[in-house]
Each structure stands twice: as C-alpha cells, then as structure tokens.
Write a protein that binds this ligand. Structure first.
Ligand SMILES: N[C@@H](CCC(=O)N[C@@H](CS)C(=O)NCC(=O)O)C(=O)O
Length: 303
C-alpha cells in the first residue's frame, strides 16, 4: 500500500499507526500540506483531503475506506467501520464527525507555528495558514464558541477516561477503529497544546503511551517516477457483480465531501455498493485509475 500523507496531518497519523499495528509494510509518499500536490493531482484531481491510499491503480480516499482496506488485508475486522462492533462504530463515527474541529480549532497558535517552522519555509507557512483560513471560512461544520469547544473537549476526554478505567483499549484488550479514531486527536492535541495536556487523566495518559508504542511499522519512501510507473502499469482491481450493478453506474458524476474542503472529483461511476462509490478517471499518461469514496460524508451528483 502506498500512503500519500504529510507529517502534521492527524488523519494521516491515524493511518500510519494503524498500518504499524496491522503489520503491513507500506510505501510513503510525502505530499505538501495543501494543493497543488504534483505526485497526486495528475491522476486523482479534485479531491484535496489527506491521507489518500493507493494500491496499484486503485486510489482510496478517506480514512473510513482506507481503514476498511487495512482491516481486510490484515484480517482484523475490528479496524473497519463496516465490520467492527456497533459500540466501536458509534464511538468512532461520533469522534470522527464531531471532535476533529474542536481539537483543531483549540490548537495554540505558537505551538502550531513551532512545529511548522521545523518542516516548512516561512513562505510555505504563510500560504498554508491562508489556505486553512479559507477552508475554515467555507466549512459547513457548526462553529463553536471557545467555551462550547472546551466543554465538548472536556466531555470527550472524560468519556475516554471512563472507558479506559475498565480495559487497556477503549472497547477491550486490543485496539479497534474506536481507539484509532480517538488517538489521532490526542496526538494532535499533545503537539498543539502540550501545557494543558491530559492533566488528571491517568488512564488516558497510559492509553496514549500504549497507542503511541504501536509505531508506524515498516515503510519505505517512494519517488515520483516509481509512483507514476506503478500507477501507469497497474490495472484497477476487478469490481464485484454487486458494485457493477449499483445505482447510477455508467453515468458521469461528481463526488465531494459535504463538510469542508469540498473540492469535487469528476469521472464516470463504474461501481457502487452500500459503502462506496468508485469512479474511473482516464488519462493518456496513466490510463484508467479507479478512485474510491465512502458514501458516509460525501455527496454524488450527476453531471
Ligand atoms: N474525512 C477525511 C478527513 C481528512 C482530513 O480532513 N484531512 C485533513 C488533514 S488531517 C485535510 O485534508 N485538510 C485539508 C488538506 O490537507 O488539504 C478522512 O477521514 O480522511
């Protein structure tokens, strides 16, 4: 599996750690923290969120679907939103949908800057901050006041602390999609507000260390020409009979996230089932590439 990601991206950390836990060797393609992304845009186009996973000529968008691929490859159903227990899935969905923004917006600017300065040039940082201000301005997520944000974060932390009083991980003795969906937020909070980090929450502190110790597994860097050759030479994985018979298959569509950074990807719908849409993008350079989107959190329109 190739992972397109960047260092300070919390959703990327979720997948890096999951790959480490699942024991899957992976190839790492570092992308800029904002478009343009020259190693990804030429065959993906449109969708701008990170991380994105790639297996040959199949490009998998959103951690919901990437986690499902990891669960299948590693034989660990508890890592997928589609096969984990109901309580794990409810917790992970609520965390994904409602906790990311309060955590990101609660970041202390000086700590964010301190981290960015170690990785990017000043002009890149200015562009990034401007970009994120634009993303925030057009976001459909409800805006929270500071006090509301703090209450939401405090309740979430207390929920973690209570669940972790019974077990090493949120819903048992091994990590599940629930743990990975919460951990990347705690990881980001530790970087961006270290002074007020998990004070008086001993169970959560120990869990954070346990999760962090899972590591990122074995990865090797992949260069642009290698990446492009793989994309060109591979053919997309065969779709199932159910996917081929899915609603609107054969039509030209656009697919976009419904919350923020809503850039659309256009193509021909070639597969659809209860979980995902698959669109084909065709170019002289790369031939046919299949791009997979989850249905949850995305909107399809006929064009
Ligand atoms: N629902 C997406 C959310 C991904 C996401 O929001 N990622 C952030 C970075 S952690 C992002 O893409 N920000 C805008 C950008 O990088 O262009 C997922 O689960 O993959």
């Amino acid at each position: 599996m190739i992972l397109h990601h960047y260092n300070i991206s919390p959703y990327s950390e979720k997948i890096r750690l999951m790959l480490g836990y699942a024991g899957i060797d992976w190839q790492s393609s570092i992308v800029p923290p904002m478009p343009p992304r020259p190693t990804l845009d030429p065959f993906l186009g449109g969708y701008r969120r990170i991380p994105v996973a790639q297996i040959g000529a199949d490009v998998v968008c959103d951690t919901r679907l990437i986690a499902a691929e990891i669960a299948t490859i590693s034989g660990k159903p508890e890592l997928s939103f589609y096969t984990a227990s109901k309580e794990m899935v409810n917790f992970a969905t609520n965390t994904n949908d409602n906790m990311f923004m309060p955590v990101v917006q609660g970041a202390v600017p000086s700590h964010v800057l301190r981290r960015l300065i170690t990785q990017y040039w000043p002009w890149q940082i200015i562009r990034l901050l401007k970009d994120r201000a634009q993303v925030g301005k057009h976001s459909k997520l409800p805006r929270m006041r500071k006090s509301e944000r703090k209450n939401t974060a405090d309740n979430f932390k207390q929920q973690l602390e209570n669940l972790l009083s019974q077990n090493d991980f949120l819903f048992g003795h091994t990590p599940s999609i629930a743990d990975f969906s919460a951990y990347h937020l705690v990881w980001f909070a530790k970087i961006t507000r270290p002074n007020e980090f998990l004070t008086d929450l001993p169970n959560t502190q120990r869990w954070r260390q346990r999760m962090s110790a899972l590591g990122h597994g074995k990865s090797t860097k992949i260069r642009k020409n290698q990446l492009f050759n793989i994309t060109k030479e591979a053919a997309p994985k065969e779709l199932s009979a159910q996917q081929l018979a899915g609603k609107n298959v054969g039509k030209s569509v656009s697919i976009r996230p419904t919350d923020y950074a809503e850039d659309s990807t256009l193509g021909k719908l070639v597969g659809a089932d209860e979980e995902r849409w698959v669109i084909a993008k065709e170019s002289n350079e790369f031939g046919v590439v299949h791009v997979h989107f989850p249905k949850h959190g995305y909107k399809l329109e006929l064009i």
